[in-house]
Write a protein that binds this ligand. Structure first.
Ligand SMILES: [Zn+2]
Length: 352
């Protein structure tokens, strides 16, 4: 989740796939995600060795490789320019404060990137895999399911008890695991009618740079994308959402998606804190500005470890987390099989 809106309107397998009978005709069971699965997977993405996954750092690239390996194991089709990696042209920009860390910036174009001195360029990627739809017609329509894997890196000036690593277990390793487990569950049970593009985005914490790059360089035409479902910060329950196992959907009232999910029994309600403008503070928003019904599933209840070094694996509520992962998998199947979500009157955001 981005800390501050950039402006009023634009905020800034068992993946080890258990090979249950490999015959093509076998109908496989869809194994739900357990709290133990959730803990094991989250521990990989929020591990200290990934050094807080700041966009443009080696730690973030290690995270990207872990995510790509999971996508491969699940059996998604690679959809980047280098297998599962979509290269994002990031460079080290001027620090916000003199002597502070340089900021990961997105080059406006390939031509602009080519003018950046090599020493200032940084390696950064979105990780993208596709599950091809099962319906011969609807498979040319796409649902994007995304979460951001980048976080704030390390900062010794903000260390607590010697810990300077911003693990971002909730923000947003939790969403990345939901994205991956949704992919696994859909693949195991059988692809939905529409195709699904699974994306782990970089750069969300730095102006949604990974998403903005993806939108300029979509792996499939955006005109064929019927919805975007993002997942952000689902590792702890929110009492205002009904507590453990429950979540909320940003911008619920803006489109028909929320009602579709509720009718299907998915435990999401309206965002209980509309004044926080969460609808415009995550990667769903750039998609919404493109006219695509785009929302974020979350259960962030305003905990005090937000953007702090204590957003750690140990602070997650794993039964809750697993329940929201399973709800997300169900939500994505509903959207990928059902009626196209539509904006309600006045619901589609406009760039001011
Ligand atoms: Zn954040």
């Amino acid at each position: 989740m981005s800390s501050v809106p950039l402006s009023r309107t634009f905020a800034a397998a068992a993946l080890v796939l258990v090979a249950l009978g490999v015959g093509a005709a076998d109908v496989r069971a869809q194994r739900a995600t357990t709290p133990d699965d959730a803990r094991r997977l989250l521990s990989m993405i929020a591990h200290d060795s990934l050094e807080g996954r700041l966009t443009g750092t080696p730690g973030a690239m290690r995270a990207a490789r872990v995510i790509a390996a999971q996508m491969q194991r699940i059996g998604l089709e690679p959809a980047g320019d280098q297998q599962f990696f979509q290269t994002v042209p990031i460079y080290a920009g001027a620090p916000r404060t003199p002597g502070g860390p340089s900021r990961p910036m997105l080059a406006a174009s390939k031509e602009m990137y080519d003018t950046i001195p090599a020493a200032q360029r940084r390696e950064a990627v979105n990780v993208v895999g596709i599950l091809r739809g099962s319906d011969p017609v609807l498979r040319d329509e796409y649902v994007i399911v995304g979460a951001h894997y980048d976080h704030l890196g390390m900062n010794s000036a903000r260390a607590v008890d010697g810990d300077s690593i911003f693990n971002g277990a909730d923000d947003d390793a939790s969403g990345v695991i939901a994205m991956l487990e949704t992919a696994r569950q859909l693949k195991e049970k059988g692809a939905p009618k529409r195709s699904v593009i699974f994306v782990a985005f970089t750069g969300e914490e730095n102006g949604m740079t990974g998403t903005n790059h993806f939108i300029r360089n979509p792996v499939r035409p955006l005109a064929q994308v019927i919805a975007d479902v993002q997942i952000e910060m689902i590792g702890r329950p929110d009492s205002l959402a009904g507590g453990p196992g429950k979540g909320w959907l940003t911008g619920y009232e803006r489109s028909t998606m929320g009602e579709m999910l509720a009718a299907a029994g998915v435990a999401v309600i309206q965002d209980p804190r509309p004044a926080q403008n969460f609808f415009s503070r995550s990667d769903n928003y750039p998609f919404a500005l493109q006219g695509i019904p785009a929302h974020t599933i979350s259960s962030f209840g305003g905990h005090s470890d937000y953007h702090g070094v204590n957003d750690e694996v140990e602070t997650m509520d794993f039964p809750h987390f697993a329940a929201v992962i399973n709800a997300t998998a169900k939500a994505v199947r509903v959207v990928a099989d059902g009626a196209k979500p539509e904006w309600k009157a006045g619901g589609k955001p406009e760039r001011r």
